[in-house]
Design a protein around this ligand. Structure first.
Ligand code: SAH
Length: 220
């Protein structure tokens, strides 16, 4: 079984200081970076790289985002304890864990069955509060809506209308929008018909793809 050693803890301290130097100011986000053992979420052969600020390969040709991207999106979301947050794109489960250690109630949805299965292993070992769903993130999880916050961790061609519907009024969505290069947007839902949009520069992401079959399989 993978261990969490003093060396790993030291590397997390260093990563958190590196992210601070790159402009992350939210102390709760930096604390979450120091808490979650990122090396549990990648292949053991990548252990030595887990605390560098870089994206790493995971199963199904996907990637675990740069720690800076994870921290930046989390900071934009403005996570508060008890927030009900939908994450689209579970991937490794690392981002979901960051939200969970900040006290959020996390629901995360992934289209690849293999990742949906694999991500649950470290999170159940770490006993974080995350509920996993296998399905199409474009459709969200209507039966659990509305959400305080929605975080999209794959690059979307547009803001999915179903996700906007599932956001509370006053709620916040953070979503990279574009095509190959994605512009980070923060959307605040002001009313059923009005939103406020802010943009925060360009990032790279794996694309948000459509899952053809409908429905959501729930796994608690
Ligand atoms: N948050 C992840 C990052 C994973 S990369 C982490 O912390 O590791 C983005 C993920 O989005 C990939 O796993 C990809 O399979 C998933 N994805 C892409 N399109 C999707 C869709 N329509 N619905 C759900 N997940 C999707």
């Amino acid at each position: 079984m993978i261990e969490d050693t003093f060396r790993h803890k030291g590397l997390r301290e260093r990563l958190s200081e590196e992210l601070r130097a790159k402009g992350i100011t939210d102390e709760k986000v930096l604390e979450a970076i120091r808490t979650v053992p990122r090396h549990f979420f990648v292949d053991p052969s990548l252990d030595a790289l887990a605390y560098e600020d870089r994206a790493l390969p995971i199963a199904c040709g996907q990637t675990i985002s740069h720690p800076h991207t994870v921290a930046f999106q989390t900071q934009l979301l403005g996570v508060k304890p008890n927030d009900k947050i939908l994450e689209v794109g579970t991937g490794s489960g690392y981002q979901a864990s960051i939200l969970a250690v900040m006290g959020a109630r996390v629901l995360t949805i992934e289209r690849h069955d293999e990742l949906f299965q694999i991500a649950q292993q470290p999170i159940s070992r770490l006993k974080y509060f995350v509920r996993f769903f296998h399905g199409d993130g474009y459709k969200g999880i209507p039966t659990s809506a509305p959400f305080d916050k929605i975080l999209i961790t794959c690059g979307a061609p547009m803001v999915p209308p179903d996700l906007l519907k599932q956001l509370k009024i006053g709620g916040v969505m953070v979503i990279p929008v574009g095509n190959e290069n994605y512009e980070m947007r923060r959307i605040t839902k002001l009313s059923d018909t009005e939103t406020k949009e802010e943009t925060f520069g360009n990032f790279s992401f794996v694309p948000m793809l459509e899952k053809k079959q409908g429905g959501v399989n729930i796994f608690l």
